[in-house]
Design a protein around this ligand. Sequence first.
Ligand SMILES: [Zn+2]
Length: 319
Amino acid sequence: MTEELAYERFRKLRWPDTEGAPVCPACGSHEHWTLVENRKWKCQRKDCRIQFTVTSRTIFSSRKMAYRDLLAAIALTVNGVLGTAAGRMIREMGFAYKTAFVLAHKLREAMSIDYDQQLEGVVEIDGAFIGNRRHRLPNRRVDDDEAFEAWKKKNPKVTTSIVAIRERTHDDPERRPKVRMFHVPKEGDGVPIARRIVKRGTVMHADEGTQWGPLEMYFDTKRIDHSKSYSDGIACTNGVESVFSRLRCGERGVYRYFTKAYAERYGWEMAWREEYRRVDNGSQVDILIGSALRSRTSRMAGYWQRHKPANDLFDPIAA
Ligand SMILES: [Zn+2]
């Protein structure tokens, strides 16, 4: 694909309502002057008059790379079913490490853009430990719960949790079931999150863990005792388990391990991959670019200049 075609694709995804004709990001005006240099426009509204490009006031606002490279990097990202390591981006795209790292995290932010939407229908919730190389357990078996519990007791401060909340398939096949992940200090912190993002009156499925008890005050809650079975015809959390399976595979096979500081971002990524798994690659690229162009300026902007971790700066629900 040529640079010109890639650029046109970005324009159409930024301004779908006008089929790519520029709209001022500050005032929404359609009147503008075209500036010759560098694909820029200037707003004609008297009290505005800002200059803007197709990426102004989006996650890509300080973009320096060619649109074609950006497009190729996004295609590479969506094609990694379990994630795409920064190292792979460096080799295949010829990027510097910092470029690959920042771009990957910006795309993860874009993947969380719809986190203010409400979940409904039938919804499953569960939690999993993250952030500390679970594959380094004494006997290296991740499914040995007893060993893991013993290890956790010895290392109480090193584990945190990822909570996954997932809609079951809707009756209407056109509706894509939403998948969400959040990084929390302990699983029980998933309850207030569920109260924020799951519609009242929704049927929720959770396992027998005591941390999910409070859900019963707010939702019609079905519980499944995993020591007896995984599905008893009444309750079942296999949907969220498969999200965790993807997370674990990515953790062991692609990213090696998720640092605590970025655990939430990997969660957004894996939730997004699960949610869009049946969407073809080309559409995934367009959806991700569209989300990135709807995202306000990234928390990762100037990351390497600031020398500060981006951890905890970004709350997708509050955003
Ligand atoms: Zn304007």
